[in-house]
Design a binder for this molecule. Structure first.
Ligand code: ADP
Ligand code: ZN
Length: 213
């Protein structure tokens, strides 16, 4: 099963992608996670991506297409994959179509998580993640029992550098201008489905699974 998970920043793509990956035993390919790892490692890609990410702009299509094309060739993607945060522009989607055609595979489902734009800023600015196990938390809706400490593994909770209000507003603007047009792009492909991303997390997961079958 080859899946694209779409939605604005803060829609909960990462959380749902992790659960889908577990349920269907396929890898989650998050360009955001890959770019953050590259920035942390100080690799050439990381050095090029850093400034764009900090301002909430997009990293260039060449970089992200290159990362994903390489990743799709790895053995664990043969059984399927979840694209999380990619494609994010129409040229990226066109490049993906080419890469997949070259590998003789296709996308089976495009799932779009719909969330009210007013909810997104509050969701994003309150969130934190365990640096050890990746579990997500939120200052209002999912507080850890001890501040700054993961309930699951005791790891330290960290906030993303780009989860501040100014950057978030720019990320939403960029989403509306450059990523939202992909909804029409994929509607034409016939395997597009929208789910209500405002529902409770388990319910969102159930509606995604219902689409995937
Ligand atoms: P979110 O969806 O919450 O904004 P991500 O972790 O998916 O977060 O992405 C974080 C940042 O990484 C983006 O704001 C952007 O700068 C960069 N990025 C991630 N994926 C892409 C992509 N496909 N194209 C361009 N830039 C990307
Ligand atoms: Zn943890």
């Amino acid at each position: 099963m080859n899946l694209i998970l779409m939605g604005p920043p803060g829609a909960g793509k990462g959380t749902q992608a992790r659960r889908i990956a577990e349920r269907y035993a396929i890898p989650q390919l998050s360009t955001g996670d890959m770019l953050r790892a590259a920035v942390k490692a100080g690799s050439p890609v990381g050095l090029q991506a850093k400034a764009a990410m900090e301002s909430g702009a997009l990293v260039t299509d060449d970089i992200v297409v290159g990362i994903i094309a390489d990743r799709l060739k790895e053995a664990d993607c043969a059984k399927g994959f979840i694209l999380d945060g990619f494609p994010r522009t129409v040229p990226q989607a066109a490049a993906l179509d080419k890469v997949l055609a070259g590998m003789s595979i296709a996308i089976d489902h495009v799932v779009d998580m719909e969330v009210d734009s007013e909810a997104l800023v509050a969701r994003i600015t309150g969130r934190s993640t365990c640096s050890k196990c990746g579990e997500g938390y939120h200052a209002v809706s999912k507080k850890p029992s001890v501040a700054g400490v993961c309930d699951k593994c005791g790891g330290e909770l960290t906030q993303r550098a780009d989860d501040n209000e100014a950057t978030v507003r720019n990320r939403l603007k960029v989403y509306n201008e450059q990523t939202a047009p992909l909804i029409d792009y994929y509607k034409k492909s016939g395997n597009f489905k929208a789910v209500d991303g405002m529902a409770e997390m388990n319910q969102v997961f159930d509606s995604i699974c219902a689409v995937l079958g």
